[in-house]
Structure formats: structure tokens, C-alpha cells
Design a binder for this molecule. Structure first.
Ligand SMILES: [Zn+2]
Length: 141
């Protein structure tokens, strides 16, 4: 089944077509081209933590377990994005149309994601980002 290799990271990002190239460019900047395990999920971290998408949660965590086993990842990079349809589905159009509350919703879901990850995989570190439509990112600690 192939040799265990160190692929360094999993990148969790959204299914939105507008962001596929932008996410690739961002990971290329990090020197991660062909070195990460990709998981594309509606809403990024929102798909993993929001009650709206409860049925998806276990799928994500089981997929992460496999990625840890097969690819020996050390880090999960999460790239959420603005104007996200999954964020609207989970939290309502009104909150997402306001840039400040939109930022807070993403920040909160990214932090929740990191907290859940710490319990399930204490050794994995995270990088948490929110990407704008022009590809610029802000990060959260
Ligand atoms: Zn999205």
C-alpha cells in the first residue's frame, strides 16, 4: 500500500469553485504543493463544527484519522472563506452579509475546530485562516 511518507499537512477548505485556485496558490506559497492531504468540505471548519451539518462531522474525523495514518501529517491548515454559502446555510444570510459578524462566525468555528482537534489528535497543530474573494487571508491564533 505504498511507503509511509511525511506529507506535513492536511488542508481543509471549502467546496466553493471560486476558491480552488486561490487555495492552491496559498498552499504553494507555503511550499506545500503536492505535499498535503486535501479535504474539501462545505464551509471548511463550519462543516466540521456547525450543528447544521451534524451528519458530516464524523466523516471528517474518520477521514482525518486515515490521513494521519497514511500520510503522517503534523498539521491541519484550515482555510475558510468569505461569502460562503455553507456559512449562510448554517448561520443565516444576515450575519454573513455583515463583514464583522462574518469574521466572528468564522473565527469562532475555526477555534472550535482547533479545540476539538486538540482532544482527538493532541499532537497536531493548526493554522487557521479566513480568505477573501481576492485571495488575501487573515489568520487567527
Ligand atoms: Zn464556502
Amino acid at each position: 500500500m505504498g511507503t509511509l511518507q511525511n506529507y506535513e499537512a492536511m488542508v481543509l477548505s471549502c467546496i466553493d469553485p471560486r476558491f480552488q485556485d486561490l487555495v492552491s496558490k496559498e498552499t504553494a506559497k507555503k511550499g506545500l504543493t503536492n505535499k498535503y492531504s486535501a479535504f474539501t468540505f462545505g464551509g471548511g471548519s463550519i462543516g466540521v463544527v456547525s450543528p447544521t451539518f451534524k451528519k458530516w462531522h464524523q466523516t471528517f474525523w474518520e477521514n482525518l484519522d486515515i490521513s494521519v495514518q497514511l500520510h503522517n501529517i503534523k498539521k491541519v491548515i484550515v482555510i475558510n472563506h468569505r461569502d460562503c454559502g455553507a456559512a449562510v446555510a448554517a448561520y443565516g444570510a444576515e450575519k454573513i452579509s455583515n463583514k464583522e459578524t462574518e469574521t466572528e462566525i468564522h473565527k469562532s468555528s475555526l477555534i472550535q475546530f482547533r479545540n476539538q482537534l486538540k482532544i482527538k489528535h493532541p499532537k497536531l497543530v493548526t493554522e487557521l485562516y479566513l480568505m477573501d474573494l481576492d485571495g488575501s487571508v487573515i489568520s487567527f491564533d
